[in-house]
Design a binder for this molecule. Structure first.
Ligand SMILES: [Zn+2]
Length: 148
């Protein structure tokens, strides 16, 4: 089997008929295009094989932030319980947000991999600052409860 250009183009078109991939040149959606040239920027396209990438570091770094948020904000619940059940309610919102963030982070790995580097870096920064953002949120909740 030799991959002459027309069969490679046919495979590329068949792939893009079913996969919404961004143009590597400009990011334009190539879903369903009928040529092997990006209609937006004119970048020549080809379907290639490459070795699987090692697990991306950005994912692990962000996971550390989100896991730390879960650790801190769930860890404080038993301590709050010692001060009575009403104290626990003040810490539940941040614990819930931390848990949701952890679920979102672990389930969104593939979707996040498709994001541009600046957007992904922003999400990693947000994940790393999550424990502190949630401390601020808890502070606001405590002040709000005490104002009632
Ligand atoms: Zn393009």
């Amino acid at each position: 089997m030799t991959g002459d250009n027309s069969s490679r183009e046919a495979v590329l078109r068949a792939f893009l008929a079913e996969h919404d991939e961004p143009c590597p040149g400009c990011g334009y959606s190539l879903l369903g295009i009928a040529t092997s040239v990006c209609p937006e920027c004119g970048h020549e396209l080809e379907l290639t094989l490459r070795r699987e990438q090692p697990a991306p570091r950005w994912y692990t770094v962000g996971l550390v932030g989100v896991a730390a948020a879960v650790g801190f904000h769930w860890g404080v619940l038993p301590v709050a319980l010692m001060f009575g059940s009403t104290a626990v309610f003040r810490f539940l919102p941040s614990a819930a947000v931390a848990l949701l963030a952890l679920v979102w982070w672990t389930r969104g790995k593939r979707r996040m991999a498709a994001l541009s580097v600046p957007v992904r870096s922003g999400l990693v920064s947000l994940a790393l600052s999550l424990p502190f953002l949630l401390f601020a949120m808890t502070f606001v909740v405590v002040v709000f409860f005490d104002a009632l």
